[in-house]
Design a binder for this molecule. Sequence first.
Ligand SMILES: Nc1ncnc2c1ncn2[C@@H]1O[C@H](COP(=O)(O)OP(=O)(O)OP(=O)(O)O)[C@@H](O)[C@H]1O
Length: 326
Amino acid sequence: METPDGKSLLVTDLYKSFGERQVLKGVNLQIDPGVLMGFVGANGAGKTTTMRIVMGISGADRGTVTFGGSHIGDEARANIGYMPEERGLYPKMKVEEQLIYFARLHGLDKKAAKHSAETWMERLGVIERRNDVLEKLSLGNQQRVQLAAALVHDPQMLILDEPFSGLDPIAVDVMSGVLREYAARGIPVMFSSHQLALVEELCSHVAIISEGSIVASGEVEQLRSEHSTPRVQLCGDQRAVAAVTARAKEMGCSVQSVPNGIVMEAGIANQCTRQMLRIAVDAGVVTRFSQVRPTLQEIFRSVVEPEHDESQREEPEKDEAKEDAK
Ligand SMILES: Nc1ncnc2c1ncn2[C@@H]1O[C@H](COP(=O)(O)OP(=O)(O)OP(=O)(O)O)[C@@H](O)[C@H]1O
């Protein structure tokens, strides 16, 4: 495999409307070499539209996309491994034949294409299905082949639209391992997902899109500190928990129950954490006293208003004349 030359993808101020409906309203993204970025947002927020514009499948009304500092064109896109949401393989073609075909399309010679196809079929656990037509495979296995098709040409960047949807836990591990490995090699990786816990576990960076605008982006750790209300968790026996709960309530501190304990907003509690701990220890047994870090789900909820979640609305009919059919 070639050494990547460290290119970044930069998306600047993308706008896109479908008819009267403005679906992208100034999307900005930067994915640097080695960054593994989760692209998250409610249904209809604009993830697929953004990725399709990057890949040249759909055109932007305004805005630019550069890769390695130059305006992105067909040549640069040929170096991107892309997994489209609608997938894009030939159902009646054999797995191996199909992978060799995609590798050849990207310029690999016959021998290199066969070698790469074999490597990825082996790595992704579909080598035994190499002579089966794609449609005979389970959906999860078809997705593994789809990933192989995005990787056979040794891309310099990965853009994957919901690569984890419908995968079993083993396939999730395989997919996660491959994405981590690419990022570790210095290749920028971006994928969309609704599985926030998975994104949180896997990604160094995250971008949250809501109603066509990026509402939060950056390193996951940085977002945690930017979007958190300081909170502390206290767990212990019933007496310890009851004593602290009573004191926290007296102080007007918001308290939430969790198994074997409580979480307090630290705004007030912070000033008297030692006092709280002493009250708990004096009253009973304390098994845990720690700061609570917000999950990606909580950050997501805090930046995406429920009314912006299109999954809670009626979905309007999509334009029949899909742009990619042009
Ligand atoms: N070709 C099209 N014609 C008309 N509207 C479209 C077209 N493509 C997308 N849209 C609309 O644009 C909005 C954004 O869609 P998009 O597929 O980018 O969202 P998404 O964030 O990927 O959603 P999901 O998580 O559900 O896949 C939606 O309201 C969708 O209905």
